[in-house]
Design a binder for this molecule. Sequence first.
Ligand code: DCM
Ligand code: DCM
Ligand code: DCM
Ligand code: ZN
Ligand code: ZN
Length: 295
Amino acid sequence: WGALGHETVGYIAQEFLTSGALSFVKSSLGSTYNQSLGSAATWADNVRYETAYKWSAPYHFVDAEDDPLDDSCSVSETRDCGDGGCILTAIANYTTRIQETSLSASQRQEALKFIDHFLGDIGQPLHVEAYEVGGNDIDAVCGGKSTNLHAAWDTGILTTNINGSYGGNLQTYIAALVARIKSGEYKSLTSDWLSCTSITEPVSTKRSVATIEEDIKRLGAEKGKRASITPLECPLVWAREANAYDCSVVFSYDSGDDLCEGDYFDNAVPVIDLQLAKQGYRLAAWLNVIFDGET
Ligand code: DCM
Ligand code: DCM
Ligand code: DCM
Ligand code: ZN
Ligand code: ZN
């Protein structure tokens, strides 16, 4: 997502934090970030091209080698998460680091800012898709302007929606999503959204012998510290949910279509609203489990 999407996820999460999580968030982020996950959510994108944070660029996505144009969508940690790591291992890494009281306050703040950001990105269907570099290499048109499919999903469609239906005001849009969660059309979905909240459950307890053998080979080949990161089940569940949209709305356009109007836009908007609201709610639940042991 672009800045608007990430801020949306962060500000929504801030509304649903329980006391221990809220105290950590406020004191860790401090006045630099207005004590808010909304203001801190874009930090990870602002640093990703800096030399000092170059290593974090692959953590924003997972290149799922599926076949969305042939209606075959899937995400596999072993197949798709490179040796350098991906969004799945990044979430596991920072979920551990945010709890490490031996780390400095700034290291734990960094872990919080990465979690804040990556729980947003993992809900963007094209951040969990390898095809054409997550759609970056597919030319597209949004509101008459040339762009690419990935950018249309990160920013173009959302910006057009906020301008067209929420007076161009991000806080109005966020308040509308929060209201849907608290008392509107999303209320009945929230318990399903939290069907996976374990911050420790490792990836797949029921795996085939083939994938176990694959894992053993892979872990044996990895000699670095990253081999010690145990992949978690929940991020994989979230990634698969977002990736499924690559087999429905995401690639359903004809060449020349303007993606920010007409049927494509009308089908994409509810998916983007849902993914942002859901990941914001999940971000709060994730921090609540970490700091309060509850959702
Ligand atoms: N780094 C790391 N592992 C991560 C994230 C960041 O090693 N999961 C950091 C540590 C170093 C830098 O990246 O500052 C380069 O480390 P290395 O060359 O050991 O990968
Ligand atoms: N780092 C990280 N994840 C790790 C190890 C390191 O994000 N598992 C980050 C924290 C610091 C940077 O890399 O910003 C440098 O780490 P180090 O001092 O461990 O080389
Ligand atoms: N991106 C992605 N999958 C990739 C490469 C990039 O989802 N394989 C995302 C990260 C940014 C956007 O696409 O949100 C543009 O990336 P970049 O600026 O690295 O081209
Ligand atoms: Zn993106
Ligand atoms: Zn990102």
